[in-house]
Ligand binder design. Structure first.
Ligand code: GCW
Length: 724
């Protein structure tokens, strides 16, 4: 063999090495690192000495493969699966129907309280022999149980103490991808779309499988593949074949596929002259389309629809209502058990009313009129996925309609994928908010899980932050937002702190000297971004279109409610949006108990102050500072918090790999630079109204206001391409 020239060898080494490094983060929270502590390894090895696993059916096969993969990786051993159920089995994985009378008897209480698609993980003693039993009524429950067991091992939970009965509290736990057919992703900051439409259906990328594994491991059971700003082509046979291929990959993981349905599809791909929902031909077109889709995908989930919103077509184009539109599609899907998810994100440039009020005004009168396979999907706040918003007043106000939560996991307004922001903290705040609609304790979580108004059809959606980046989400800590969303969709009462800890242990390290400070860092990161972008209830002061960076001065856009000046209303007198009865009266859309609290600036939580009130610059805050000073100090606090995050991260260096350390360190540098940019640009601008000096402790802007205004970002990621 000819010797390789030394230079070639050198490049070969560099490139293989960098390839290995590039895989950093690909495994997500499923890396199943080998358990090094002997006592834990032994405890789990004992457990896996003799495993009985009945694997009848494709979901159970998946479960067995996952169990084998996880255990082998963590224990570094090959496992022994028995072919019969015996007393000596140390781990028994079977469905309820095959448990046998003895075990069944021992688990009767657990089964009595077990919810649909849930599982039981319990140590059971039979004739002096203890086995850990994982059981469920359904196949998917077993798969969820396997993933939970593996997660508990990653947490080093003592297997001898396991006694878990758990089931999802929400039925549809869904990711909404805003992925276009050309593979760009609207508001996507982690590369291109995962879906390689060009190579589908023949070519099945391993990523589709790994994506499904990750989702199922946290309980996600539904995905909408395409952008809500929809392209009708996805409903044509050529694409349906491709969608079918994806559905076939996801099925063994218990994940259903949904598509976004463009309301004008009957015209665009059906050759009809109208898309009027009361037109019989249009109705028939949708009926046939549904039949056709179910021929390809028998367990197709249904349609997600954005209609009459931001220029998308809808029933109002024909003087019909959202109810007419949603019910037409619901009728087409009903025979196949499909559902329609109809979005409530509507506001119109022809409506002079406060944008925050429009969805409520439009939808609440329709309560009770939608068919029973329609869910109305409502964003967590009334404006748009801001760093902080009060909860959307529609929650609790439509007791006869299943309302589905829409969170945004992708960080459109939270620093894209360069800022470390732990979103479960935000989700938790919304879910814990009290709507007071049925007295105290009527939380948003209870609306969403159906318990407040006895709803069976329930759902939570998250706009995905996933793309073709090797680590899926761009920022390594953005994986925690995908993870946390899934955990909260499963159980909206889990604490964000527990989620942070779980994720850190599975992803990085178990060392308490790493976990404790980094957990705190994650938990404060959300407040930090609020402080350096939108403190005290400010909102939507982002630069136009791409929403990258500050643009509080933007005022020239055609639609008034697209201008930041509309939201902050700063003038010589003061700042903030008056939503009390003296202003837009948006507070009247909340329960009277809450409206009362929000209406008075003295009782309104200061985190929402400028959301609900226009106040003078010298208004006195609770801490005695005047508003201008308080605002400036909040901006500074945000910057200081990022500096603290950097110090905390630096101190964690020895517990993780150099690459893990460095990639986050570099990103935090961007975050600090941009936090300062936000502070400086906003304060320089607002100062032109307040006319006051910056208070002591607030750093002076580095540049002039004109400089900040002059910054342009024509290639900022995530903007929607203009192909339609
Ligand atoms: O927040 C806005 C985004 C749009 C998005 C829209 C929506 C998909 O800026 O990009 O469109 O919300 O939720 O429909």
């Amino acid at each position: 063999m000819k010797k390789l020239p030394i230079l070639v060898l050198f490049f070969f080494l560099i490139s293989t090495n960098s390839f290995a490094q590039d895989l950093q983060g690909y495994d997500l929270w499923l890396s199943y690192k080998k358990i090094e502590q002997p006592e834990w390894a032994q405890a789990y090895r004992d457990l896996s000495k003799s495993i009985y696993f009945n694997e009848d059916g494709e979901i159970l096969k998946t479960a067995k493969t996952e169990l084998r993969n996880g255990l082998e990786k963590m224990l570094g051993d090959t496992l022994h699966f028995e072919s019969t159920l015996q007393k000596s089995n140390t781990l028994i994985v079977v469905k309820e129907s095959e448990l046998g009378p003895n075990l069944l008897h021992q688990l009767q209480n657990e089964f009595d309280s077990l919810g649909e698609h849930g599982f039981i993980l319990k140590n059971v003693k039979v004739d002096n022999h203890t086995s850990l039993v994982l059981s469920s009524r359904d196949d998917i429950g077993i798969l969820y149980g396997v993933f939970r067991l593996l997660m508990l091992m990653q947490q080093r939970t003592n297997p001898a103490n396991l006694e878990i009965v758990d089931a999802p509290k929400i039925k549809l736990r869904m990711l909404n991808h805003w992925d276009n057919l050309d593979r760009t992703v609207e508001r996507g900051y982690a590369g291109f779309s995962l879906w390689n439409w060009h190579k589908l259906p023949e070519y099945i990328d391993q990523r589709y499988i790994d994506y499904a594994r990750a989702n199922t491991s946290i309980g996600i059971n539904a995905v909408s593949l395409t952008n809500v700003n929809a392209n009708a082509l996805i409903l044509t046979p050529m694409y349906l074949e491709k969608v079918k291929a994806l559905a076939d990959v996801f099925r063994p993981y218990g994940i259903k596929v949904f598509l976004t349905a463009r309301f004008s599809a009957p015209i665009e791909i059906g050759g009809l002259e109208t898309a009027d929902p009361l037109n019989v031909e249009v109705q028939q077109w949708w009926n046939h389309k549904a039949d056709e889709i179910y021929n390809y995908i028998p367990d197709f989930g249904g349609f997600l629809v954005k209609a009459n919103s931001e220029g998308q077509p809808g029933p109002q184009n024909y003087d019909r209502t959202h109810v007419d539109g949603a019910n037409m599609m619901a009728k087409a899907l009903k025979p196949h058990h499909g559902v329609v998810i109809w979005r409530a994100f509507v506001y119109s440039e022809h409506d002079a009313d406060d944008r925050a009020k429009q969805a409520f005004s439009e939808f609440v009168p329709y309560d009770g009129l939608f068919m029973d396979n329609v869910l109305v999907q409502v964003k967590n706040g009334a404006i748009d996925f801001q760093p902080r918003e009060p909860f959307h007043p529609m929650f609790g106000a439509m007791p006869k309609t299943p309302l589905m939560m829409e969170f945004q996991i992708t960080q459109e307004y939270l620093g894209f994928s360069s800022h470390l922001v732990f979103l479960p903290k935000l989700f938790e705040e919304v879910l814990n908010s009290d709507t007071y609609r049925k007295g105290k304790g009527s939380t948003v979580a209870k609306v969403i899980d159906g318990s407040l108004n006895d709803k069976k059809l329930t759902g939570m959606a998250g706009v995905a932050n996933i793309g073709s980046d090797i680590n899926w989400t761009g920022h390594p800590f953005a994986q925690a937002n995908w993870y946390g969303f899934g955990r909260l969709a499963w159980d909206p009462y889990i604490k964000s702190e527990a989620i942070a800890e779980e994720w850190l242990k599975a992803t990085y390290s178990h060392h308490s000297k790493f976990i404790e400070p980094i957990k705190d860092l994650m938990l404060t990161s959300r407040e930090a971004v609020v402080n350096y972008m939108n403190p005290l209830g400010l909102h939507h002061i982002f630069d136009t279109g791409h929403h990258y960076g500050p643009g509080p001065w933007v005022s020239e856009l055609n639609r008034p409610e697209w201008n930041p000046t509309y939201y902050h209303q700063a003038d010589k007198e003061g700042i903030g949006f008056d939503r009390t009865p003296t202003g837009s009266n948006a507070t009247a859309q909340y329960a009277p108990e809450l409206a009362k609290i929000f209406n008075d600036p003295k009782t309104c939580p200061e985190k929402y102050l400028l959301w609900f009130h226009h106040l003078p610059w010298d208004y006195e805050l609770k801490n005695g500072h005047m508003l201008w000073d308080g605002l400036a100090l909040k901006y500074q606090e945000g910057v200081d918090q990022v500096k603290d995050m950097i110090h905390t991260w630096e101190a964690s260096k020895n517990y993780i790999t150099t690459q893990q350390y460095t990639e986050v360190r570099m990103l935090l540098e961007i975050q600090l630079k941009e936090a300062k940019w936000w502070r400086d640009a906003c304060l320089a601008y607002f100062q032109t109204f307040s006319g006051k000096e910056l208070p002591l402790g607030v750093e002076k802007p580095e540049h002039s206001l004109e400089y900040y205004k002059s910054l342009k970002f024509p290639f900022a990621p995530g903007i929607r391409p203009r192909w339609d």
